[in-house]
Design a protein around this ligand. Structure first.
Ligand code: GLC
Length: 672
């Protein structure tokens, strides 16, 4: 898929398998437990060797990756693309143009015929929306019901149908669920990220969808943020490298039979740097990024530059503000910076109903957003009114026709570059790829590479296959917990036993890897530790959450008061202390496995565990955790996010270097 750089007119054919995606600095080869770190302190350096620190003035790997892409391919001329787009635009009525600027929740359509009647250009399922029968085939039929309605319009401009496939196409029952990005960031393996997103793209395109609202290009600074797990980490160079790799993976299929998958890096910009207390629910999500422009440019802009250089043709704009100005209203950031300075030639998509957070009535909000540089408006409903409003605004000269033409040009350019005009309806045979063995193999490797070993006294890990192991913690036997948010539904699910999520729990993985399943016993509360048990594995977890429902002022298993969690969502269910107490009473060495979307405070538990493993949100392939705990795979992950020492060091980040983390960014141990 070709990227077009408006400024230079250069194009870069994207993501050829030969594309060189620069490996981020080699992970620090994790050695043994670092000598100087006394147990329970964890101050070992473990820092990855030669990792570029944040704010490096070097161009960093991401830029190299973009340059490598361009150098590797040179790319064909783009005049053909521009001529085709201009030719289409020249035929379009104002109604047809404004219809292209709409991405509406399909559930609000009065009739599918409205797609034709109002020339709608894009649709989405809202975060929690799915066909009644949540199967890959049902999703294919749903997308298939939209397609002819768009092709029935005068110019037959194809739809973009977007979905939040943020860790695999995980809203779909049966899809492969990959680890969330915080874990992928710990892998320091961009080639793996490309493979993960290439597999995700295949599953999404198999269902006839043509955009994923990902990768998340946020540089998450504050672990109290409910979206920490969606970010690749706190360092802009790491995030940039992984975002470029993800865009390459999503768009690498090229304009094949069902068209390429359009990546949509989000949330531009600074969503990961907002201040606690400024959030939409009183927490931090959708809040105000209260920093100098120089810091915004050094920390939060680079991943979007990397995305543009890697060929992204859509970018989603953040709900958040920059020093009090909503990003959706900022001509500086939307027009001057990303389109002007970065040469972004694709389109800017608003977040869901984000323009309704702007000042004034509907027309004022629409004029502000479109004139600032938003090209496509994502909305829950109100598409008929929106069209009437924008036509009035154009007639009054409040929104220049030139701005409309620029927005539609960018949208059409993305559809042409993605090959959507040539795409056929997907062959239902492609559904066999959804949740298939090949993708699960990639997901299992991603789990292995995402795990981080934080402590391993007396080499209690790796486990012996012949050891009697007692497992405790409901999170050990719950595919929903290990998958996290954006799985089946917006907030994720918790479910023990049979699950629409096709996969393997951590417990099942351990039982399958031991020399006999009977050697691995389980009690959710730790009350059953058979005599002869030689080691205990305790899984402590967060209940799944998404967005502001995951904001918490105290990321700690001891925090069970919703007062700390502005949305009242129960993230920590208060079972941890009892489980740990039961298991420590058995007086056996204990391994702590953390299934969380962020670093959580564990300072009060450290001395009770011989080993501590950050497993993050591994997704459907729980066996990947067992692979590493039993030593079939090595620990290679290093932290993508600094770990808070206690409540007084929240938030903790390596930007600027310093702070007082319990475990530093880049820390990770390994087997001897
Ligand atoms: C949400 C999120 C965004 C998501 C979009 C569509 O509010 O902020 O990440 O892609 O709406 O579901």
């Amino acid at each position: 898929m070709r990227a077009v750089h408006a400024q230079t007119g250069r194009s870069s054919l994207l993501a050829l398998p030969l594309l060189v995606v620069t490996q981020v600095a080699a992970c620090g080869s994790p050695g043994d437990t670092p000598g100087p770190a006394p147990a329970g302190d964890g101050d070992g350096s473990g820092q990855e060797a030669g990792a570029p620190s944040a704010g490096d003035d070097s161009t960093g790997p991401a830029a190299d990756a973009g340059d490598a892409a361009r150098e590797a391919t040179g790319g064909p001329d783009t005049p053909a693309v521009e001529a085709r787009v201009a030719g289409l635009l020249g035929q379009m009525t104002l109604d047809e143009k404004v219809g292209q600027m709409i991405m509406v929740d399909y559930g609000s359509l009065a009739s599918l015929d409205d797609i034709t009647t109002y020339f709608l250009g894009a649709l989405l399922p809202n975060a929690g929306e799915a066909p009644a029968d949540n199967t890959p085939r049902a999703w294919l039929d749903l997308a298939g019901s939209f397609r002819p309605k768009a092709l029935a319009t005068r110019l037959a401009i194809p739809l973009i149908v977007g979905i939040d496939a943020v860790h695999g196409d995980a809203k779909v029952a049966g899809a492969t669920v990959f680890p969330h990005s915080i874990g992928l960031g710990c892998s320091r393996d961009p080639a793996l990220v490309t493979a993960v997103e290439r597999a995700t793209a295949a599953e999404v395109r198999a269902m006839g969808f043509t955009m994923s609202f990902s990768p998340d290009a946020d540089v998450g600074q504050d672990e109290r943020w409910g979206r920490t797990y969606e970010s690749f980490g706190e360092d802009p160079t790491l995030a940039s490298t992984m975002v470029a790799a993800a865009v390459t993976g999503y768009q690498s299929a090229g304009p094949g039979a069902s068209g390429a998958l359009l990546a949509c890096p989000k949330h531009y910009a600074g969503a990961g740097g907002t201040s606690w207390g400024t959030g939409v629910m009183g927490g931090i999500d959708q809040g105000d990024t209260q920093i100098a422009e120089a810091e915004m440019r050094a920390v939060h802009l680079p991943p979007f530059k990397a995305a543009v250089d890697a060929g992204a043709m859509a970018i989603m704009v953040s709900y958040s503000s920059f020093n009090g100005t909503k990003m959706s209203a900022s001509g500086h950031w939307l027009t001057d910076v990303v389109k002007g300075e970065l040469g972004f030639a694709g389109f800017l998509l608003s977040d869901f109903d984000a323009i309704r957070q702007l000042a004034g009535g509907s027309q004022q909000q629409e004029a502000t957003a479109i004139n600032a540089g938003l090209d496509m408006i994502m909305m829950s409903n109100g598409y008929v009114e929106f069209i009437a409003d924008v036509k009035s605004l154009v007639a009054a000269g409040t929104v220049p026709m030139a701005r409309i033409d620029d927005a539609v040009t960018r949208i059409l350019r993305a559809k042409v570059v993605a090959g959507l005009f040539e795409a056929n309806a997907p062959d239902p045979g492609g559904l066999a790829d959804v949740g298939g063995a090949a993708h699960r193999t990639i997901a299992r490797q991603a789990v292995q590479e995402s795990l981080v070993l934080l402590k391993n006294d007396n080499h209690v890990l790796p486990l012996s296959r012949s050891a009697h192991v007692a497992v405790a913690g409901p999170g050990a036997d719950d595919l929903g917990v290990q998958s996290g948010g954006w799985t089946l539904g917006w907030q994720g699910v918790t479910e023990t036993g049979a699950s629409p999520i096709a996969g393997t729990t951590i417990l099942a993985g351990l039982q399958a890897t031991a020399s006999s399943p009977a050697l691995v016993t389980y009690s959710w509360d730790g009350s059953q530790v058979p005599s002869g048990t030689s080691v205990g594995v305790v899984v402590l977890y967060e209940n799944p959450y998404a967005e502001f429902e995951g904001d918490t002022n105290d990321p700690s298993f001891a925090n069970t008061s919703s007062a700390q969690d502005p949305s009242g969502h129960v993230i920590y269910d208060g079972l941890a202390a009892g489980i740990v107490r039961q298991m420590t009473a058995a007086k056996i060495p204990l391994v702590l496995v953390l299934v969380t979307g962020r670093p959580v405070r564990i300072e009060s538990y450290l001395s009770q565990f011989s080993a501590v493993v950050a497993a993050w949100l591994p997704g459907s392939e729980g066996e990947g955790v067992a692979d590493v705990l039993y030593g079939d795979a090595k620990f290679s992950g290093v932290l993508s996010k600094s770990w808070p020492r206690d409540a007084t060091t929240l938030p903790v980040s390596s930007l600027p270097p310093g702070g007082d983390p319990l475990f530093a960014y880049g820390f990770g141990l390994g087997y001897p």
